[in-house]
Design a binder for this molecule. Structure first.
Ligand code: OOG
Ligand code: NI
Length: 271
């Protein structure tokens, strides 16, 4: 892996753990000081120029990543793609984007005003992927977005950065199953996302996933500070689709529930 790519992922990680202090603790609890291999990193965006999924993906394509899978989330009004690299030590990349035109005129207005404040030149450098917000937003507008789309509200508060990293459980030396990983995390005091069950997916779909509920962090809105859910950590175990060949895709039905890890409301429901 080139030094530039290595530096990119280090900067991305450092930005992520600033908002997600529990991620460092996850590494300590599961890795006991050893290196952790990440299965993937996920990003979010809006389907508006200059920050469309394809534009952001170009940074990864320049690093040698190739587009591999397409996903659609009807209820959340999102689409996503995943990207893979020939170097197996590099994480897969999952990028989703909100279909802004499918929401109310009010949501569209708020989101368009945010995106209009981005300097298009800033999007052309890879640093954009951990540049955060490029705008001011009031707590009222945040609440207004939250009513319609938790995803839109998260984007408005946190902008462009890793939404989560994902521990590759196949590479964790001390764990055979995702249940064991979950139990260790719960014993250490972490709260898991229970939407769709603690474990999403199964060996039959070649992928099992779980995630923590997002940390909470203080965000400065234009009128006040508010403590809201930031980023989370995910855990993925992959199964063979052929001898010695692990499944490398994602599972839309499971991903649909993973999105809810940043939803403060999912902390109190157990469906
Ligand atoms: C992405 C949720 C989906 C996965 O691994 O299926 C996902 C997000 O919350 O932005 O990460
Ligand atoms: Ni994920």
């Amino acid at each position: 892996m080139s030094q530039q790519v290595e530096q990119f992922f280090e900067n991305l990680w450092n930005d992520y753990i600033k908002l997600t202090p529990s991620a460092a603790k996850v590494h300590q609890v599961l890795g006991q000081g050893r290196d952790i291999i990440n299965d993937h990193v996920a990003f979010r965006t809006f389907n508006l120029a200059p920050v469309r999924l394809e534009t952001l993906a170009a940074h990864f394509e320049a690093m040698g990543y190739k587009a591999c899978g397409d996903y659609k989330f009807e209820a959340k009004r999102l689409v996503a793609k995943h990207y893979e690299h020939a170097d197996p030590t590099l994480p897969k990349i999952f990028i989703s984007e909100l279909l802004v035109e499918e929401f109310s005129p009010e949501l569209q207005d708020i989101v368009k005003q945010l995106v209009a404040q981005i300097d298009p030149a800033s999007v052309t450098t890879p640093e954009f992927m951990y540049s955060g917000t490029h705008w001011q937003i009031s707590s009222n507008d945040y609440e207004r977005l939250l009513e319609e789309s938790e995803y839109a509200a998260w984007m408005a508060a946190f902008g462009f950065r890793a939404n989560h990293f994902t521990v590759n459980v196949n590479h964790l030396p001390d764990y055979e199953s995702l249940e064991q990983v979950n139990q260790t995390l719960k014993n250490a005091g972490f709260r898991l996302n229970t939407s769709g069950g603690e474990i999403k997916g199964s060996p039959e779909v070649y992928l099992e996933q779980s995630s923590t509920l997002a940390d909470h962090t203080a965000v400065r809105f234009s009128d006040m500070e508010k403590v809201i859910p930031s980023c989370f950590y995910e855990f993925a175990k992959r199964y063979e689709i052929a001898p010695d060949k692990l499944y490398t895709g994602f599972v839309a039905a499971s991903a649909d529930k993973i999105f809810e890890s940043t939803d403060a409301r999912s902390a109190s429901t157990a469906d």
